[in-house]
Design a protein around this ligand. Structure first.
Ligand SMILES: Cc1cc2nc3c(=O)[nH]c(=O)nc-3n(C[C@H](O)[C@H](O)[C@H](O)COP(=O)(O)OP(=O)(O)OC[C@H]3O[C@@H](n4cnc5c(N)ncnc54)[C@H](O)[C@@H]3O)c2cc1C
Length: 323
């Protein structure tokens, strides 16, 4: 069995970029993704949304970012396995045995880029949720913005995603209502200012107490005061459940369920590293640009830690690929 220098768990943007960077450093790479297609959150949750905060890219759609990352990956050799969920990581003499339901890999080091996990959305947990979801009037992310055209929409949540989506929906929907249980939003200040200056109607501090035939029943937090909100569509944006805990029990995780790493993106388990949304440390910001930087730090630490005669440890990318 091939013993890869690094096995990357998760083919989201950070995993894809880590695979490129590892290839550039001369490492042999296996990239394993649970979904049938790579790309993680930008590809699956917001393919049509524009991203504005990646250095050197004034704006790019989520799906185009995946295309660009894959184009960049064409520059280096790597093995990619999609539709394979890593279920177990075990230490052995040669490094790590990493297994899915159907496959087993061997690697000298493991980089966890599992991001928000298997993209299982945190549910509203209210009666009727499943039938609304089946009927298409309740969703957890937007794949097709056009299906919201001319509709009255309630967006539930107070983080960056909820606010970003509200602003996108403002351009197509008839009405956008943003419902959050706290008076303050957990989003970029600039986004919060944009939302406040928009036509989006804010409902804070409100929580959803029931789903009604015509929309939602809202309740003021810590009060009995209730009101009805008539909407055609509900977008629940309560984040995602992380699931790396069961992969390897020995990993230290923070309260948010993310993997604790040091400055070199090393976990407490020798040989296992983490980067991107799934990694955590003091001051962590869960953004693409940060994750890409963490991937570089992790791959350089891996290159230094495993003695490889074929590793390329010096030089800038232009000296490697330039003609
Ligand atoms: C609506 C929305 C808007 C956003 N807008 C922006 C923005 O404008 N700018 C910005 O910088 N960031 C934005 N973000 C955040 C950005 O998408 C994340 O920071 C980024 O996706 C993190 O990348 P990642 O590769 O770490 O994780 P993810 O994108 O979560 O990818 C992780 C991958 O790992 C896979 N995986 C997980 N577990 C396993 C397993 N056991 N086996 C195999 N594969 C596994 C998953 O299937 C997934 O493909 C936004 C996020 C959302 C939800």
């Amino acid at each position: 069995m091939k013993n890869y220098d690094v096995l990357i768990v998760g083919g989201g943007p950070v995993g894809l970029y880590a695979a490129f960077y590892a290839g550039m450093r001369g490492l042999s790479v296996a990239l394993v993704e649970a979904f049938d297609e790579v790309g993680g959150q930008p590809q699956n949750l917001y393919p049509e949304k524009k991203i504005y905060d990646i250095a050197g890219l004034p704006e790019i759609h989520g799906a185009d970012l995946t295309k660009n990352l894959l184009k960049q990956l064409e520059l280096v050799p790597y093995d990619c396995f999609t539709g394979q969920k890593i279920g177990k990581i075990e230490k052995n003499e040669a490094g790590f045995s990493v297994s899915t339901d159907s496959n087993e890999f061997q690697a000298k080091s493991v980089l966890m880029t599992t991001g928000a996990g298997l993209l299982a959305p945190r549910k509203l947990d209210i009666e009727g949720e499943e039938s609304r979801y089946q009927a298409g009037s309740l969703s957890y992310f937007i794949k097709d913005l056009e299906s919201f055209r001319g509709k009255k929409v309630a967006v539930l949540g107070g983080g960056d995603s909820a606010l970003d989506w509200s602003l996108m929906l403002e351009n197509v929907a008839d009405e956008v209502h943003l419902v959050h249980r706290r008076p303050k939003f957990r989003a970029h200040e600039m986004t919060v200012e944009q939302v406040k200056a928009s036509t989006i109607e804010l409902h804070t501090p409100y929580q959803v107490s029931a789903l009604t035939d015509t929309g939602l029943e809202l309740q003021v937090v810590k009060s009995d005061e209730k009101c009805l909100l008539e909407v055609d569509k509900i977008l629940v944006n309560y984040g995602f459940l992380t699931n790396h805990l069961d992969l390897i029990e020995a990993l230290d995780v923070t309260r948010s369920g993310r993997i604790l790493v040091d400055r070199e993106m090393k976990t407490n388990f020798d040989g296992i590293y983490a980067a991107g949304d799934g990694a955590d440390y003091q001051g962590k910001v869960a953004l693409l640009s940060v994750g890409f930087g963490e991937a570089v730090i992790a791959i350089n630490a891996i290159t230094n830690s495993i003695s490889l005669d074929h590793a390329i440890t010096k030089g800038h990318s232009s000296s490697l690929f330039g003609k």
